[in-house]
Ligand binder design. Structure first.
Ligand code: BDP
Length: 695
């Protein structure tokens, strides 16, 4: 090979070495540029000492510290026999179980934890301090999680597809497992541990019974073995009809002795493979999944049967409240409430009921679920969606910490003022014995994990808020940007600004003023407000927006179906009158006349149009802002986001034109100045949306 070629190859490699594909997430550990800061931490780069070298979790903490120190400080702590100038990892029984403290002591950095997990979280926190450029004078720091189970729910199927996944195929390569262990499983576990996630359900809630076969349990065991050193417990979603499907029993009735015996034995088998198995996640009697109601039994009967089988092993049942009856005449808004509220107090002590943040289904904006605060005797877990099923898949930039915080800070008034959703979920309002927060994962086999690079922020923010719901969305964004993109202040400010407004922008160009469930049927992408036929009325759009010649919106007050009455009087009162109802929720609860003047001074029609148009303009503004950060961030990552923003702009225009043209057929009013009527017709838009759905 000639020298010229060698030079060319070298050049190619060096370009490659700088290009970033996002694989490393927020755990980049690139060299710290600030020399003073580097020096501060270099003082402790001598060694990492473990209290218990045989502990695999402590070892994982050490490995991570070595990796981080080498990357960020250019020093691998490995000096044997030194007493000062290093890091010591230690257990301290006075600390809360998963809590930690980081302090300077005896010339060392001391990371103590209430348990090995606590140590691990302390180690990752120390690395975050260095990564985000914090001074060592910030120490000491003590933290402990507010919620016990901080969990990801993967909706992954045995054949490698992901229900509502937009970042490639499943991370879990079931065909290769248990023999082949993809190193990516470890990187996945590291990322989770770095934000305090300590539990994962690896398979879809629409569960294949296959996951409980010996063949699959061996595969799941292989994953559990990789996750264990990172403090992550594995759960499985189960199919309630498994006794029938797998063993040919004639029934799956939870009160049938044979069925109960089947679950006891199956559970014992699971624990033989995975001694620290977390438990079962269950979707039952919902959207066609089997469940106890088929046998005239209740959700509590079903959950308690599983709870009994899990109890001797310390396992838990997470029973989902996302149910709606096959009878489509009621309002789905009330279904979970109607079915679960009467069961309050009837669940076994190792059952937790998992509730979606809103009463319908992960819409871009929902009022908090009315059951939150209404079950004082049953621990309730909160389920958020991290994957962007209703938030534009992986072409739309939506920072969901804003959505999570809005829900967490909503006041349920369960015990008077201050009973926020966060305080219901962390157990402080009703003294729940188990507490949990789950996020439906957005990870997949895409090299950058989440499809949209900016969606990594949602995984990150979910974990941070599950750890500590009092953190602010801006502070979380700040940390994430510094670790993922750049520390350059101008660029941090721009990216943060984009993140913080992105969710409202998405709401504006899709479902402003409390519109909901008007997206494309089935795929849940793009607009389809005209949808009027489906298998059930509550799967259409017209069911939810109720547009007519008079106005728009779903009257859920006393003059309508009165679902609003499910909330405490204080909450109800705040949304009861269209004049005083928060505009964000207006059309969730009211049918409002097109000419009704809103608090903005505009009529409903003008305000609706304004928001659709403004939403599109704001996407263009995000594009312009993004263009300004180019000099300061990785070129490959920059270009990827720029491309997705352009796609988002195209999609936002589709939403705007489809919705204003469609609603105009009812309002019969012109598009208000200064906006111009769409150049496309409603028929054009229907064709485009049909194409979206490959119909
Ligand atoms: C809906 C999804 C569906 C899920 C369901 C659930 O469209 O794919 O199975 O939620 O949460 O939003 O069970």
């Amino acid at each position: 090979m000639s020298n010229k070629y060698i030079l060319l190859l070298l050049m190619l490699f060096s370009v490659d070495a700088h290009a970033d594909d996002g694989y490393r997430l927020w755990l980049k550990y690139d060299r710290i540029q600030d020399a003073a800061r580097r020096k501060e931490y270099l003082r402790f780069a001598g060694f990492v000492d473990l209290e218990t070298p045989s502990s695999s979790i402590q070892m994982a903490a050490k490995t991570e510290l070595l990796r981080g120190f080498e990357g960020m400080l250019g020093a691998k702590p490995a000096i044997a026999g030194r007493k000062t100038g290093g890091i010591r990892l230690l257990r301290d029984q006075h600390l809360p179980d998963e809590g930690f403290r980081i302090e300077l002591k005896g010339g060392n950095l001391l990371v103590s934890g209430g348990s090995d997990r606590g140590i691990l979280y302390g180690a990752f926190t120390l690395l975050r301090l260095i990564q985000t450029g914090q001074a060592i004078s910030k120490l000491p720091i003590s933290e402990s999680p507010k919620v016990q189970l901080r969990m990801l729910n993967h909706w992954d199927n045995p054949l490698g597809t992901i229900e509502r996944g937009y970042a490639g195929a499943s991370l879990w390569k079931w065909y290769e497992l248990p023999e082949v262990i993809d190193p990516r499983y470890t990187d996945y576990a590291r990322a989770n541990a770095s934000i305090g996630i300590n539990a994962v359900a690896v398979n879809n809630v629409n569960a294949s019974a296959r996951f409980l076969t010996a063949e699959y349990l061996q595969k799941v065991k292989a994953l559990a073995d990789v996750f264990r050193p990172y403090g992550i417990q594995v759960f499985l979603s189960i199919n309630f009809a498994s006794p029938k499907i797998l063993s040919g029993l004639t029934t799956s009735d939870p009160l049938d002795p044979q069925v109960r015996q089947w679950w006891r034995e199956k559970t014992e088998e699971v624990y033989r493979y995975i001694p620290d198995f977390g438990g079962f996640l269950v979707k039952a009697n919902s959207e066609g999944e089997p469940g106890p109601q088929e046998y005239g039994r209740t959700h509590a009967d079903g959950a308690n049967m599983l709870a009994e089988a899990l109890k001797p092993h310390g396992g838990r049942v997470i029973w989902r409240a996302f149910v709606y009856s096959p009878d489509p005449r009621g309002d789905r808004f009330r279904e979970a409430y109607n079915e679960f509220k009467p069961l309050d107090g009837l669940f076994a002590s190792n059952v937790i009921v998992q509730v979606k943040n809103g009463p319908i289904d992960f819409q871009p904006r929902e009022p908090f679920h009315p059951i939150l605060g209404a079950m004082p005797h049953t621990p309730l877990a909160l389920e958020f969606q991290i994957t962007q099923e209703y938030l534009g898949f992986s072409t739309n930039l939506v920072y969901q910490a804003s959505l999570y915080k809005e829900c967490l800070e909503s006041d349920t008034y369960a015990k008077g003022k201050g009973a926020t959703v966060a305080r219901i979920v962390d157990g402080s309002v009703h003294a729940y014995s188990i507490t949990a927060m789950a996020g439906v994962a957005n990870t997949g086999s895409d090299r950058n994990w989440t499809g949209h690079l900016m969606s990594q922020a949602n995984w990150y923010a979910f974990g941070r808020l599950a750890w500590d719901h009092t953190l602010g969305e801006a502070d979380i964004a700040d940390e994430w940007i510094r670790m993922t993109w750049t520390k350059r202040p101008e660029a941090v400010a721009i990216i943060k600004d984009i993140l913080l407004k992105s969710r409202q922008i998405y709401v504006d160009f899709t479902t402003p003023l409390g519109l909901h469930h008007i997206m494309g049927q089935g795929i849940h992408f793009g607009p389809e407000p005209w949808l009027e036929k489906s298998a059930r009325p509550d799967w259409t759009s017209v069911y939810y927006h109720r547009a007519d010649s008079v106005g728009l919106g779903f009257d859920r007050t006393a003059t309508g179906n009165n679902s609003l009455a499910l909330y405490r009087p204080e909450v109800k009162q705040s949304w009861e009158k269209p004049e005083t109802c928060d505009l964000n929720y207006l059309l969730w609860f009211h049918h409002v006349g097109w000419n009704k003047r809103l608090s903005t001074g505009n009529t409903l029609w003008d305000e609706l149009c304004t928001r659709y148009y403004r939403g599109v303009e704001e996407v263009a503004r995000m594009q312009a802002q993004w263009a300004r950060i180019q000099p300061w961030v990785d070129a490959e990552m920059f270009a990827d986001v720029a491309g997705r923003l352009a796609a988002q702009h195209r999609e936002a225009l589709n939403w705007r034109d489809a919705c204003v043209l469609y609603f105009q057929t009812y309002s019969r009013m012109p598009i208000p100045a200064p906006y111009k009527a769409p150049e496309r017709t409603l028929e054009d838009m229907k064709k485009i949306v049909a194409w979206y759905q490959l119909k």
